[in-house]
Design a protein around this ligand. Structure first.
Ligand code: ADP
Ligand code: G3P
Length: 621
């Protein structure tokens, strides 16, 4: 077979979308497919994904991309291997015996484990964790998400007690399911992903007994075997679908993959990926560097032999800030329109938006911050807020680069960028202005997927060494040169730093306290898709928390899925008794929607139940 007739596939499972891309040996993107999947926000600060939907989204992307590939005259048998890259830290638990998920995936952005983190910080040994695993104790890592599930989700605790609880990050889950689940039981995680759990020793790249003891899970949870990021046999083969029997040979957390895709193979090279969040990785060579300025020590990649490490600056909110303007504030209909809005004004009009939706990550690590916009006046327009949103990521990148220079003693001469938000010329120009060095954006921006393809391609022999990758994606990029004097950028940055300090301390105030936990109890596994369920037609309930409690009920969701009848008693069995706010519930039945008997039945039952509860409540006054 000629080299140009051989291809490698790449699954890019990101926070907001999944893609499957097919590259040729020249690194050209030949075919791809992308789907967005549900983002579930059950409570303030909570963020979940449905693990089964993640798998389905991957399968759909593979089918569609292969269809497109074959339409171009290629054959699927020319795809020699597959790489996987994925959102990191997102935590999935399943039953080791059945292979079924026990709860929704808790996404890396989720801050519900805040109280657990505060408690763990008081525990003896807490101060040495970062020197073992490279990560600060925060809501970000997988460890505290797993502890939250153990404390709050009975099904997870039961599996833990029975010894059947399996834990994995998204890579481990995908490899397991794509191989056919429990039947093949391929249960592995690559070192870049595993090192984001807080369970792994950064030097040995194996589970660390001290860390497992600290989190109380030693010997009690099934953990995936840790393997190199590029490996011909460890990841198994796809069990079914368009690429059945194709081997999986590469696996990297998405930020590591982007560094590989940018070919950041030498110490001193760095990249910044503006996706849902934004992550700057700086290659430090074959020994980890432990930051003293708020950065993380992490595994850059491990292609056999010695692992390569990176210093990482993690920003929780980048493209998700733009999605917030789109979905929550209805500023525009698609992400790229943020630029038109931002260009509609000359500057930020005095607004600074600290987009601390998940607290602030690097280099600040402020758990108790929340998103805050400073400087609003009657003059403020949507365009100013759009600009301030783009600038927030650029300011945090500046803070991270400053920290990186202090840790490494080196000044970066150019910043290579990629990721969805790097499509914004305005954001990239702002970035160059704020860091006073050029920003380089490659022509092909799917560098994350390319990185996973490289890992798989090296293992299957499509490429044999890094030198062969030299010309991939080399021409056609854009350089953004700084256009304002450093004093001006320093003044802007000073204002940002002031805003960061002023955003502290919001969490813990009475109005932001979390609601009581609602988790699946007796019922089956319950995806909490409170946003895409049919509305309760004809009933207006002013207490929305009550509605969201109901629709989170696993019985309700199961019934809606199957269009079956369900009684209020059953609903009640799977969500905690309605506790509050019944005084403000207003029920107003519209004309019956005869065609939708299912919904009508539900309305009547719920109405009856609400009346009973309201009566009970008024009796108790
Ligand atoms: N032209 C654009 N300008 C600004 N932001 C954009 C643009 N296109 C996409 N984005 C943002 O990029 C993000 C998606 O980037 P992507 O790299 O696909 O993320 P992920 O891998 O985390 O799913 C979205 O949050 C979106 O708002
Ligand atoms: O979805 P992204 O591309 O912002 O990346 C998510 C990170 O891996 C989280 O650590």
């Amino acid at each position: 077979m000629q080299p140009s007739d051989t291809f490698v596939g790449s699954i890019d499972q990101g926070t907001t979308s999944t893609r499957f891309l097919i590259f040729n040996r020249e690194g050209d993107l030949v075919a791809s497919h992308q789907v967005e999947f549900s983002q579930i926000y059950p409570n303030p600060g909570w963020h979940e994904h449905d693990p089964l939907e993640i798998v389905t989204s991957v399968e759909t992307c593979i089918e569609e991309a292969v269809r497109n590939f074959e339409a171009q005259g290629h054959t699927r048998s020319s795809i020699q291997s597959i790489g996987i890259t994925n959102q990191r830290e997102t935590t999935i638990v399943w039953d080791h015996e059945t292979g079924e998920p026990l709860y929704n995936a808790i996404v890396w952005t989720d801050t519900r484990s805040q109280a657990i983190v505060a408690e763990l910080k008081q525990k003896p040994g807490a101060e040495q964790l970062q020197t073992l695993c490279g990560l600060p104790l925060s809501t970000y890592s997988s460890a505290t998400k797993l502890l939250w599930m153990l404390a709050h989700v009975p099904r997870v605790k039961d599996a833990f007690d029975r010894g059947t609880l399996a834990f994995g990050t998204v890579d481990a889950w995908l490899v397991y399911r794509l191989n056919g689940g429990v039947a093949a039981n391929v249960f592995v995680s690559d070192s870049t992903n595993a090192s984001r759990t807080m369970f792994v020793n950064l030097e040995t790249l194996q589970y660390d007994q001290t860390l497992l003891d600290f989190f109380g899970i030693r010997g009690k949870v099934h953990l995936p075997r840790i393997v190199p990021s590029s490996d011909a046999t460890a990841y198994g083969v796809v069990a079914s679908g368009a690429l059945a029997r194709v081997p999986i040979m590469g696996c990297l957390g998405d930020q590591s993959a982007a560094l590989v895709g940018q070919k950041g193979f030498s110490p001193g090279m760095a990249k910044n990926t503006y996706g849902t969040g934004c992550f700057l990785l700086y290659n430090v060579g074959n020994k980890p560097v432990f930051s003293t300025h708020g950065l993380l020590a992490t595994v850059a990649y491990h292609f056999g032999g010695k692992p390569i490490y990176a210093l990482e600056g993690s920003i929780a909110v980048a493209g998700s800030g733009i999605k917030f303007l789109q979905n929550n504030l209805n500023f525009f209909q698609e992400s790229k329109k943020v630029n038109d809005l931002a260009y509609s004004v000359e500057d930020n009009g005095g607004c600074v938006f600290v987009t601390a939706f998940s607290g602030l990550f690097a280099p600040y690590w402020i758990d108790d911050a929340k998103g805050t916009i400073f400087g609003i006046t009657q003059y403020t327009q949507k365009g100013h807020i759009a600009r301030a949103t783009l600038e927030a990521t650029c300011f945090q990148t500046k803070a991270i680069l400053d920290a990186m220079e202090k840790d490494s003693g080196h000044t970066l001469s150019e910043l290579a960028v990629d990721g969805g938000m790097s499509n914004s010329d305005l954001a990239m120009q702002t970035q160059a202005d704020l860091i006073s060095i050029p920003v380089y954006r490659p022509k092909m921006r799917e560098t994350t997927a390319l990185g996973a393809a490289i890992a798989a391609g090296l293992a299957v022999g499509l490429w044999h060494n890094f030198a062969e990758l030299r010309d991939i994606n080399r021409s056609g990029g854009v350089v953004f040169e700084p256009q304002i004097p450093p004093q001006e950028s320093a003044a802007k940055f000073g204002q940002w730093e002031k805003a960061v300090q002023m955003s502290r301390g919001w969490v813990g105030s009475k109005s932001t306290e979390q609601k009581e936990v609602v988790g699946p109890k007796n019922g089956t596994y319950a995806p909490a898709k409170n946003h895409d369920l049919p509305p309760f037609k004809g009933i207006q309930i002013s207490d929305t928390s009550l509605v969201s409690d109901m629709v989170r009920s696993s019985t309700y969701i199961a019934a809606v899925k199957e269009r079956a009848h369900v009684s209020v008693k059953e609903i009640e069995a799977t969500y905690p008794p309605v506790r509050t706010g019944l005084g403000s519930v207003l029920c107003d039945l519209d004309d019956a929607d005869e065609e939708d008997l299912f919904m009508e039945l539900r309305k009547v039952e719920i109405l009856q139940r609400l009346r009973k509860l309201r009566k009970r409540q008024s009796n108790s006054y």
